[in-house]
Write a protein that binds this ligand. Structure first.
Ligand SMILES: O=C(O)CCC(=O)C(=O)O
Ligand SMILES: [Fe+2]
Length: 281
């Protein structure tokens, strides 16, 4: 039988929040005491707004419902990736407590990669940043809005990515290609929107959740993707996908996803990037 969140539990939660206890620890204690996840979240909102649950405002309820939905969508993807990890030897998860990060070998064939590179090269523009920086060396690659080109191969790759992630197309941004020449790079950054960026770029779809990046070629030298806090660098390998979740379980940006595209030293580098968001378009 589900535990009852009575007045004494409500007081306990409110007092501990006011004392500045770690919300994750409080959450875990409540889980251990048999409370259901949605009840706990509801009570957190009530406690934080200084009300008992009967007084939860409509706004808080809407927020709660949205958060639950986002958490469920992320959980759905995580479970789907876990299943593939178990059943498919091309899947690997990086052993880390600080980041949810996977690789998938041969996600695209060599032929598919070559065709996509040809397509990328037809329509390049300077790559953009979510907010201004005075460092003009910060992101020096060029970008192709692949998803905006009406092309059956890109549509097929999109479908394969949605299936890989078990996420509906509505949650995805338009697929991009990034093209780096010798010396070009993308310095240390996170993919989630920070502060003002969320207001400026979030729109209806909100914050970014998962990134799927696919290497389209083996780079002659340089061009690794380095996850700085884990000191883990991926050398580009044709057809390999790298997947990570930019958010923590509490749906805030995970600073431990800080990463950079190191400068290409010889040859060129082409990748696909696909970003998913919290809400559907
Ligand atoms: O090109 C890479 O290795 C990383 C690209 C990246 O981080 C991005 O486009 O956000
Ligand atoms: Fe990135």
């Amino acid at each position: 039988m589900p535990a009852i969140f009575d007045a004494s539990w409500q007081n306990w939660l409110r007092e501990n929040i006011n004392r500045g206890c770690d919300p994750d620890e409080l959450y875990q204690i409540l889980v251990d005491n048999g409370f259901e996840r949605n009840i706990i979240l509801q009570q957190f909102i009530a406690a934080q707004s200084g009300q008992n649950v009967a007084g939860v405002t409509v706004n808080a309820e809407t927020q709660l419902a949205e958060q639950l939905e986002v958490k469920q969508t992320i959980e759905k993807t995580r479970l789907h990736l876990a299943k593939q990890l178990k059943n498919n030897s091309k899947f690997h998860q990086i052993d880390s407590d600080s980041i949810e990060l996977y690789t998938v070998e041969q996600f695209l064939t060599a032929r598919e990669c070559e065709q996509i590179i040809d397509l990328i090269k037809t329509k390049l523009r300077p790559s953009e940043l979510a907010s201004f920086t005075s460092d003009c060396e910060f992101r020096t690659s060029r970008t192709c809005d692949l998803g905006a080109i009406d092309n059956p191969l890109i549509q097929m790759v999109d479908q394969r990515i949605y299936k890989l992630m078990n996420i509906e197309a509505g949650f995805a941004e338009v697929t991009q290609g990034q093209y780096y020449e010798v010396g070009q790079q993308f310095k240390a950054h996170t993919d989630y929107f920070e502060g003002e960026e969320l207001t400026n770029h979030g729109g209806k779809m909100g914050q970014r959740t998962y990134t799927v990046m696919i290497y389209l070629n083996d780079v002659e030298a340089g061009g690794a993707t380095r996850f700085i806090r884990q000191n883990k660098a991926f050398k580009p390998k044709q057809g390999m996908a790298v997947i990570w979740n930019s958010l923590t379980d509490n749906l805030v940006g995970n600073g431990n996803t800080l990463h950079q595209a190191e400068p290409v030293q010889a040859g060129y580098k082409a990748v696909i990037t696909k970003w998913f968001r919290q809400h559907q378009a």
